[in-house]
Write a protein that binds this ligand. Sequence first.
Ligand code: THU
Length: 131
Amino acid sequence: MDESRLVAAAVEARGKAYAPYSGFAVGAALLSKGGRVFTGCNVENASYGLTVCAERVALFKAVSEGVREFEAIAVACGDAPCSPCGACRQALYEFAPELKVVLADGQGRRGETMPLSQLLPNAFGPSHLEG
Ligand code: THU
């Protein structure tokens, strides 16, 4: 799948964001190695700390469907591209240390693309729990 379609899926998912408290809608589209796309949006809560970011919604949808290998994620934010928060970087790293991260604004205008390893250098991962 080309990246512009993945970005378009993130923009569409952003339209479903439930963000009445921050007013900041985010959409994500996660591409599996098998070519499936899992989308997510941020889901806020009156108990603010329960909010879940778009990226983790997409990731957990995929993993809960039995999919654990990923190629890329597109993230669509508001007026300017934003990159995944630290918690989402860590959650994504668990499954895809070399994931391609494609940033876009809410209109689908592309920002930077970089590997997740660049966003989370010296990451803690599953291998650290061995031995
Ligand atoms: N948010 C995401 O969905 N993804 C990110 O990577 C950064 C932040 C959401 C969480 C919250 O609903 C809103 O954006 C403002 O922080």
